[in-house]
Design a protein around this ligand. Structure first.
Ligand code: XMP
Length: 486
C-alpha cells in the first residue's frame, strides 16, 4: 500500500497566475497545435468518440472549424467505413472519381444522373476512357428540343480549360476566376482524367480559414477501435478508406491487451497515426509511448457522464493526470502529445488543461447538445434538450451487446440487464445550436487566456504556466456571486 504525498488536483482546484504580456490583441495568438507528431490542427479541440457526440455530421463540422472529430466505434465496420467516406466526400480539393457519362448517352440520362448524385455537371468520357467534354446542368436546361445526345450539348474537350495533377489551390483559384468557369478537369501528361476541381469546393476551403484537411484537400477524420481480435479488421478497413488517425480506445488503456493491440497495429501499419488510451498515470503514459503511440488520451473518470470513480474507486483528478502523463511521455524519451479527455465544461478548463501540458482536449457532453451531434432535440419542460450517454452506461452497453449478438436471437435480454455494471450515466443537456458557435466561444476564451499568460503559442502557454491552488472560497469568488441572475 502506498499513499502519494501530494494531492490530486483538478480544474476547479487551481487558477493560472496572470503573466506580463506583450500581446496587444487576441488575434496575435496562434492556437495551432499537434494532434500527433505529423498531424497539426489549427484549434486544439477533438469531439469525443461517443455515440451521442460524433458521427460524420459532427466530424465534418469539427474539421471545418479547425479541430477533428473521432467517430465512435459502436457500429459495424461497414457503418463506420461509410461514416468515414461521408466525411472524406464532404469536400476535397480534387474529386478523385467524378461522375461520368458517355458522349452518345441521352440528355435524359445525363439529367437523371445529375439528379441522382446531386451534382451540377458530369465529365464526358469517350470509349477509350479519355476526356471528351463536360456537360453541366446549364447545358441541359438551355438546350433546344432538337438536341438529344450528350455530345450535342456538352462543352467539347478542345474548349475546356484543364489542370495538371500538381496544381495548387491558389493556381486553381486563379484559373477558375480568370476563365469565369466552375469546373476544372485534372489530366495527367497522357491526357487521362485523374480528377475534377470545382469552384464550390474551393470556395469552401477559403470560407473556413482554420479547416483541417489532408494532403488531398479532404477533411481529416479519426475513428475509434477496440482491442478484440476483430478490431484489427476494423483498423485495416478504416485505414484503407483514408481515416487519418485511429484511436485505440478502451476504458482502462494501461492494460496488456491495449499495449499488444498498439504494438500489433504499429507493426502491421507502420505509417498509420495511432492514438491510444485512456490512462491517468505516469507509468501508463510511458508504457503507451514506448509501445509506439503517436498521442495518448488521458482521463479516467473526469467526464461529465462517467461514474467509473464511484463504481470502481479508481481515477486521478484530471489536472494531475495530465501533468503526470506529460512526465510519463518524457520518461519514454519520445516527444508525443497528450490529449486531455473529459471534464471540459468551459473555455477556462481547456486553457488549464493545455497549460498543464496537454496539446489538445477532447470534448463530449458540451458538444452532445449541438445540432450536429447524432439524434434530434426533444422538448422537456418546455426547453429543447438532447440526450448524452456514457459509453459504459446501461443503455449504451445494452445496445452494444444487442448489436454484437444480433444473430443470436435466442439469448435473453432480461438476463443481460442484471449482468451489466454501468460505469456511466444517461442524461440530457440543453440544445446548444451549431457546434461552430460553441467552438467560437471556446477558442475566444483560449485566445484571451493565452494573452493573460503572455503566450503567443500553446507551447509558450505551457512554458509560462504558473498554477496556484485555491480554496473553496477562492472558487466561490471566481464565479458570479452576490448578484441575482435572470
Ligand atoms: P465530457 O466531460 O467531455 O467527457 O463529457 C467525455 C469523455 O468521457 C469518457 N466517457 C466515459 N467515462 N464512463 C466513463 O467512465 C462512461 O460511460 C463514459 N463515456 C464516455 C470518454 O473518455 C469521453 O471522451
Amino acid at each position: 500500500m502506498y499513499i502519494r504525498p501530494i494531492k490530486g488536483l483538478t480544474f476547479d482546484d487551481v487558477l493560472l497566475v496572470p503573466r506580463r504580456s506583450s500581446i496587444a490583441s487576441r488575434k496575435d495568438v496562434d492556437t495551432s497545435t499537434r494532434l500527433t507528431p505529423s498531424i497539426r490542427l489549427n484549434i486544439p479541440i477533438l469531439s469525443a468518440n461517443m455515440d451521442t457526440v460524433t458521427e460524420s455530421r459532427m466530424a465534418i463540422a469539427m474539421a471545418r472549424a479547425g479541430g477533428i472529430g473521432i467517430l465512435h466505434r459502436f457500429m459495424t465496420i461497414e457503418q463506420q467505413v461509410r461514416e468515414v467516406k461521408a466525411v472524406k466526400r464532404a469536400q476535397g480539393f480534387i474529386i478523385e472519381h467524378p461522375y461520368n457519362i458517355g458522349p452518345d448517352d441521352t440528355i435524359e440520362q445525363a439529367r437523371a444522373m445529375m439528379d441522382r448524385h446531386k451534382v451540377g455537371a458530369l465529365i464526358v468520357l469517350d470509349e477509350s476512357g479519355k476526356l471528351a467534354g463536360l456537360i453541366s446542368q446549364r447545358d441541359i436546361m438551355l438546350a433546344p428540343s432538337t438536341i438529344a445526345t450528350v455530345r450535342q450539348a456538352m462543352t467539347p474537350r478542345e474548349r475546356l480549360i484543364t489542370a495538371p495533377p500538381d496544381i495548387t489551390v491558389e493556381q486553381a483559384r486563379q484559373l477558375l476566376y480568370q476563365h469565369r468557369i466552375e469546373k476544372l478537369p485534372v489530366l495527367d501528361r497522357e491526357g487521362n482524367l485523374v480528377g475534377l476541381i470545382t469552384a464550390r469546393d474551393l470556395i469552401k476551403l477559403i470560407q473556413y480559414p482554420n479547416i483541417t484537411t489532408d494532403e488531398k484537400g479532404r477533411l481529416r477524420v479519426g475513428a475509434a477501435i477496440g482491442v478484440t481480435p476483430r478490431e484489427r479488421d476494423r483498423a485495416a478497413a478504416l485505414l484503407e478508406t483514408g481515416t487519418d488517425v485511429i484511436v485505440i480506445d478502451i476504458a482502462h488503456g494501461h492494460a496488456d491487451h491495449c499495449i499488444k493491440m498498439l504494438k500489433d497495429l504499429r507493426r502491421e501499419f507502420p505509417q498509420a497515426q495511432l492514438i491510444a488510451g485512456n490512462i491517468a498515470s505516469r507509468e501508463g503514459a510511458r508504457d503507451l509511448a514506448e509501445a509506439g503511440a503517436d498521442a495518448i488520451k488521458v482521463g479516467i473518470g473526469p467526464g461529465s457522464i462517467c461514474t467509473t470513480r464511484i463504481v470502481t474507486g479508481f481515477g486521478v483528478p484530471q489536472l494531475t493526470a495530465i501533468m503526470d502523463s506529460v512526465q510519463g511521455v518524457k520518461d519514454s524519451g519520445r516527444d508525443i502529445p497528450i490529449i486531455a479527455d473529459g471534464g471540459i465544461r468551459m473555455a477556462g478548463d481547456m486553457v488549464k488543461a493545455l497549460a498543464a501540458g496537454a496539446e489538445t482536449v477532447m470534448i463530449g457532453s458540451l458538444f452532445a447538445g449541438c445540432e450536429e451531434a447524432p439524434g434530434a432535440p426533444v422538448l422537456r419542460d418546455g426547453a429543447k434538450v438532447k440526450v448524452v450517454r456514457g459509453m459504459a452506461s446501461l443503455g449504451a452497453t445494452m445496445d452494444r451487446r444487442r448489436a454484437e449478438r444480433s444473430e443470436d436471437e435466442s439469448a435473453e435480454d432480461q438476463e443481460d440487464w442484471s449482468k451489466v455494471v454501468p460505469e456511466g450515466v444517461e442524461a440530457v443537456v440543453p440544445y446548444r445550436g451549431r457546434v461552430s458557435e460553441i467552438i467560437h466561444q471556446l477558442v475566444g476564451g483560449l485566445r484571451s487566456g493565452m494573452s493573460y499568460g503572455g503566450a503567443r503559442t500553446i507551447r509558450e502557454l505551457q512554458a509560462n504556466a504558473e498554477f496556484i491552488e485555491i480554496t473553496p472560497a477562492g472558487m466561490r469568488e471566481s464565479k458570479p456571486h452576490d448578484v441575482q441572475r435572470d
